[in-house]
Design a protein around this ligand. Structure first.
Ligand code: PLP
Length: 447
């Protein structure tokens, strides 16, 4: 069967995520037959470079032999067993190894399936910790302007992207949620540095925590890069200040590293760049190398101990059927094996420098603003009035065999770490060509 036949069957039966389905006849839907390394391939043999790691999940390429072998081996032993009342080696080993990656600061791992479910867990865990500790007034949360923590109702309550939450406003309970200013470095006034912006945002956070003293359970942050709002990047100094303020006001710090963990920002965990540890750490996406749905919330011993009690209801009674699935945990262990046996951070540093250099033509483009970069993420804002710029750019890039999905007017690249320099060069050339072609379709009036 060819692309068109699969495409039609998909439109007839699959409700695609994050999509106004009516736009699909105009917007190409891409049927993927197979994938290897950084390349996706359709049913007619056309290859597409996965410039956004399949929604930020893929680290070491599609069809990675190490991860394939681990899953195949696990398949022959145990595909799944419930984790309530039972346990298995992959979940135990993964919990131990992830804890070790935090230097033992976060001693227990609570597993779930997707990023949003990890956020639900972290919010409930923080709230319930304070309830169990007799501090029942601590039931408020603080999130940042432009935050994104997932699409379930609880996660949407700490998400500040109206496009995703507006339609469900009557269902979302966010009267207990406060928005703190984003430390987004693009907000720098003339003469201000990223650290100045971070300090300004942290001062406002301090004022908020002071006003709500004794009421706030947790501050939730996407460390270093607020991805879904348009790759807003901030200085690590903000995290340092946020950690100190959380200590001062007795507030949990939840780091949502669902998108930025696993070396995406240049350190294994993003928060390491600030020399801090959170109280709760949410991980997903890259955790399985992009293979299987898995998420985890790591917590401090203090939080774990707050639930240790004779009374059942003081326990954390949350669950999902596929929690800690053995196949997913083995994929995650294989992913950690790759980190342990290769100098991934060093290789990424070299590749990242190369890619930044190759993206210079985009960085210096007259219609580009705020070219920015951290680790293996690059982003830039395009000066255009085109309301459907993102869809047009997506189509132009796709025509050239490159998968990029701009967020509004922000174009970004977040490729798998196994990209070669030759592939990186090709990617940079196609991104520039797609940018010029999109802008040529309908140039902005002031261009
Ligand atoms: C920072 C962050 N948190 C949470 C989520 C939600 O994860 P999931 O889509 O797996 O539910 C995402 C997804 O993009 C994310 O970027």
């Amino acid at each position: 069967m060819n692309n068109q036949a699969w495409l039609q069957r998909s439109l007839d039966s699959v409700w695609h995520p994050c999509t106004q389905m009516k736009q699909h006849p105009a917007l190409p839907l891409v049927p993927v037959a197979r994938a290897e390394g950084v390349w996706l391939e359709d049913f007619e043999g056309k290859r597409i470079l996965d410039g956004i790691s399949s929604w930020w999940v893929n680290l070491f390429g599609h069809g990675n032999p190490t991860i394939n072998a681990a899953i195949t081996d696990q398949l022959s032993r145990l595909e799944h067993v419930m984790l309530a009342g039972f346990t298995h080696a992959p979940a135990i080993e993964l919990a131990e190894r992830l804890s070790a990656k935090t230097g033992g600061a976060l001693g227990h791992a609570f597993f779930a399936s997707d990023g949003a479910s990890a956020i639900e867990i972290a919010l409930k865990m923080s709230f319930h910790t304070w309830q169990n500790a007799g501090q029942s007034d601590k039931r408020e949360f603080v999130c940042l302007q432009g935050s994104y923590h997932g699409e379930t109702l609880g996660a949407l309550s700490v998400t500040d992207i109206p496009l995703f939450s507006e339609a469900y406003a009557p269902l979302i309970r966010n009267e207990h949620v406060h928005l703190a200013p984003s430390p987004d470095a693009r907000l720098a006034q003339p003469g201000e540095s990223a650290i100045d912006v971070a300090n300004r945002a942290a001062d406002a956070l301090e004022q908020l925590l002071n006003e709500r003293d004794g009421k706030v359970a947790a501050l939730i942050i996407e460390p270093l890069v607020q991805c879904a709002t348009g790759m807003a990047m901030h200085d690590p100094h903000y995290l340092k200040r946020a950690r100190a303020l959380c200590n001062q006001y007795g507030v949990h710090l939840i780091c949502d590293e669902i998108a930025v963990g696993f070396a995406r920002t240049g350190s294994f965990f993003a928060h390491e760049q600030a020399g801090i540890r959170p109280d709760l750490l949410c991980l997903s996406k890259g955790i399985t190398g992009g293979y299987l749905p898995l998420s985890v919330v790591l917590c401090t011993d203090a939080i774990y101990q707050a639930f240790w009690h004779n009374e059942t209801r003081r326990g954390f009674l949350h669950s999902h059927s596929y929690t800690g699935n053995p196949l997913a945990c083995r994929a995650a262990l294989a992913t950690l094996d790759i980190f342990d046996t290769h100098d991934v951070l060093g290789a990424n540093r070299r590749l990242s420098a190369h890619i930044t250099q190759r993206l210079r033509a985009i960085a210096l483009h007259p219609r580009i603003r705020n070219f920015r970069h951290r680790g293996m993420i690059w982003a830039a804002d395009v000066d255009t009035d085109l309301a459907d710029f993102n869809r047009r750019f997506f189509a132009q890039a796709l025509q050239r065999g490159l998968l990029m999905r701009p967020i509004g007017n922000t174009i970004y690249l977040m490729p798998p770490y196994v990209l070669t320099t030759t592939e990186a060069d090709w990617m940079a050339d196609q991104a520039l060509a797609a940018l010029n072609a999109t802008l040529a379709e309908a140039p902005a009036e002031h261009a």
